[in-house]
Design a protein around this ligand. Structure first.
Ligand code: ZN
Ligand code: MN
Ligand code: MN
Length: 284
């Protein structure tokens, strides 16, 4: 199979449980939270859990793992306490990734909460510089995720991500994830084949495709430009099968792991259906 593909997979207990679940479902790429995503901190991983995770991963068909950080973290929080807590929590998340050998920590750049976009972008870069300084020699990259631009969320244009990367000192520590639902909601029309080509060219010109290390494959419940972040099953939303066919047949994106974040029940049967649909779009 050419495409590395899978879905966000929840833990039953430790991170190794997600590997087991994902392997049983036949995923070749996965995203996990390494802890409860609604909390800033968690107890440290045990040696046993770390070894378990690495063993199971090595003996699986999963070739790519990305971690998503806690939803509470905001690297441009207006509140000084919130900011220092976010930075500390981000460092802990990076440590967990480093221990587990996970190469990317995906995160939403941040919500400026009224301080203004330029100041927000600066503060995010400052936070990353502080964080990278505290985690020198770590291999794990900080993976900026594109956002829908809901509320005061930053990262809804490629230019904004570029600005952050420009202000980050250690650029080797930065990677980028495109979320299809988010960019579509932000106004990038990836449904139309011609527009799609322009969007990818724009990404390449502004950020560089070599930085693109993951794609979140989500259809959108809302229209292009709505700035509302609501994930839908593949083909059931406004991006539609046309939009996903553009991606699945784009040679430039073939190497990029593709991860679903679409609605699902405990058994993740919906993920299997969505993966089947995505693979069926690939032109023979
Ligand atoms: Zn996300
Ligand atoms: Mn996403
Ligand atoms: Mn989202």
């Amino acid at each position: 199979m050419k495409h590395l593909i899978g879905a966000h997979t929840f833990l039953r207990n430790g991170p190794s449980s997600a590997i087991e679940i994902a392997e049983n479902l036949g995923f070749t790429a996965i995203q996990i939270f390494t802890k409860n995503n609604n909390q800033y901190f968690a107890k440290d991983l045990s040696e046993e859990e770390i070894n378990n995770f690495k063993d199971k991963l090595k003996n699986s068909h999963i070739k790519f793992v990305v971690s998503h950080d806690s939803y509470l973290i905001n690297l441009c929080s207006k509140d000084p306490q919130g900011l220092s807590k976010s930075r500390a929590a981000f460092i802990k998340e990076l440590e967990r990734c480093e221990q587990l050998g996970i190469p990317h920590l995906n995160f939403h750049p941040g919500a400026h909460g009224g301080m203004g976009e330029e100041d927000g972008l600066k503060l995010i870069a400052e936070s990353l510089n502080y964080i990278h300084e505290k985690t020198k020699n770590f291999k794990v990259k900080s993976m900026l995720e594109t956002t829908a631009g809901q509320g005061t969320a930053l990262g809804y244009t490629f230019e904004q991500l570029r600005k952050i990367i420009d202000m980050v000192e250690d650029k080797d520590r930065m990677s980028v994830c495109i979320d299809t639902c988010h960019i579509f909601a932000a106004g990038y029309n990836i449904k139309d084949p011609k527009e799609y080509k322009k969007v990818i060219k724009e990404f390449d010109d502004i950020i560089g495709l070599e930085r693109l290390q993951c794609i979140h494959m989500n259809d959108s419940k809302k229209e292009c430009g709505s700035k509302i972040d609501r994930h839908e099953h593949i083909g059931k939303g406004f991006i539609g099968l046309e939009g996903f066919s553009n991606i699945m047949n784009d040679k430039k994106l073939e190497r990029v792991p593709k991860i679903l974040e679409t609605p699902k029940g405990d058994d993740q049967k919906e993920d299997l259906e969505n993966i089947k649909i995505l693979l069926s779009l690939v032109n023979k």
